[in-house]
Structures are given as C-alpha cells and as structure tokens.
Write a protein that binds this ligand. Structure first.
Ligand code: B4P
Length: 201
C-alpha cells in the first residue's frame, strides 16, 4: 500500500504535535504521531516496555519496532474505514527520525511535502518542553538532561534525514512564531498539495 504523506519535521518542541493535531482536524487529512502511538500502548506490553526503555533516556526506539507499529496502525485505519488512501493524506509527525527509517518508509509512503519547523533557538524549545512537563506527565519532558539529550539525538540522527528528499519538497517555517502564525503558513503550504490530489482522484 502506498500512502500520500506530508512529513512534519523538526526538533523536539518545535511544534510538530501541535500543528499535526490542528491539520488533522481538516477534512481529508489524518494526523499520525509515532510518539502518540507509542504512548498509547499498554505499558506492560512488549512494545510498551521497549518504548519506555528508550524514550526515558531521550533515545530513539529501534527502527524495526517503530516502522512495524506505524505500518500496522496505518493498515488498521484503512480496514476500519477511517482512512481512504486514494482520497486522504497522512500527516506523519515524528517519522522518519533517522536515515534508515527514511529508507524503510520509502516503499510505503509517497512524500508530497515536508513541513520543516525550523527552531533557531534550542533553549526556547527546551523551555517549551519543560512547560509541557507540568501538564503532560511525560517522563521524557520532566528531566532537562533528557530533553537536551533528545536535542542532540535530533541534531545527529534526525537532521540528516532532510538530505534524503528532493529540496523542492521542503517548506521551511520559522518555529519560533506564535502557534496560529505557524499554522497559517503550514496551511498555505498544504493547499496546493491537497488541491492537486483532489484533481487526480
Ligand atoms: P514525540 O512525541 O515526537 O515528541 P517531541 O518531538 O518532543 O514533541 P513535539 O515536537 O511533537 O511537541 P510540540 O513541539 O508540538 O517523541 C517522543 C519520543 O518518542 C522520542 O524521544 C522517541 O523516544 C520516541 N519516538 C517517536 N517517534 C519515533 C521514531 N520515528 N523513531 C524512534 N523513536 C521515536 O509541543 C511541545 C510544547 O510546545 C507543547 O507544550 C506546545 O504547546 C508548545 N508549542 C508548540 N508550538 C508552539 C509555539 N509556536 N509557540 C509556543 N509554544 C508552542
């Protein structure tokens, strides 16, 4: 199965989840966050335990586990009728997160646009995540050292993913702006993609 996809790309705290949830409310888009998928697992399941083991240290979950979970979730949404791959677009938030994941996902997704939420100020992103910790209860937000480690993992493993894709697909948006301003720029970037897909179907 080949899914039409928009990638939401950016450092932890850059607003991927925030924007993904908002775009996911627009008809024709389905928001899937790999982080949310992991957090929704039973903590005592095998995958739930693997997730906790890695995320609590600010590390990426192994690629086979991540891609396997994503694939089975997408298949379930199609089987349930919630998602029609011929008409709908997946907003993929948090994957691929390294070059190997980009390679593994190549057969599965047709990337129509990459929304790159570019965060110039790392400290501001760290502050956002520390603030989120007050309400989210996420263990990976609670400790500043873990947050900073996630930033390093992003710089070393995730940032190189952009080079796997055609430059013309990448739309760079300044992540330091207000949520609504970022959203308006995201929507502007998505309009031509959505209209082109509607003309095809
Ligand atoms: P994620 O759930 O993807 O967590 P994240 O990148 O830290 O958060 P996100 O970027 O979505 O948060 P947002 O800025 O929207 O990953 C968690 C863990 O799961 C990873 O560390 C890893 O272990 C594992 N994982 C996930 N995907 C994986 C993969 N593909 N491979 C391997 N492992 C994987 O929100 C942050 C805060 O900022 C919020 O409070 C929000 O309100 C605020 N905010 C957002 N935009 C703002 C703005 N413009 N202005 C002010 N505040 C803003």
């Amino acid at each position: 199965m080949n899914y039409q996809a928009i990638l939401l790309f950016g450092a932890p705290g850059s607003g991927k989840g925030t924007q993904g949830q908002m775009v996911g409310r627009i008809p024709g888009f389905l928001h899937i966050s790999t982080g949310d998928l992991f957090r929704s697992l039973d903590k005592d399941s095998e995958t739930g335990r693997i997730f906790a083991q890695y995320a609590n240290k600010g590390l990426l979950v192994p690629d086979d586990v991540t891609v396997g979970l994503l694939k089975s979730h997408l298949e379930k949404t199609v089987c349930s009728g919630a998602f029609d791959p011929k008409k709908h677009i997946v907003i993929l938030d948090g994957a691929p997160r390294n070059v190997n994941q980009a390679r593994l996902l190549k057969e599965m997704i047709d990337v129509r646009k990459i929304i790159y939420l570019k965060a110039a100020n790392v400290d501001r992103m760290v502050e956002r995540l520390k603030n989120r910790a007050l309400s989210s209860g996420r263990v990976d937000d609670a400790d500043e050292q873990v947050i900073r480690h996630r930033m390093t993992v992003y710089a070393n493993e995730t940032a190189p993913v952009l080079a796997c894709y055609d430059k013309d697909l990448i739309c760079c948006i300044e992540a330091d702006q207000s949520i609504i301003r970022v959203f308006s720029e995201v929507v502007n970037a998505l309009v031509p993609v959505k209209e082109a897909l509607e003309q095809q179907s």
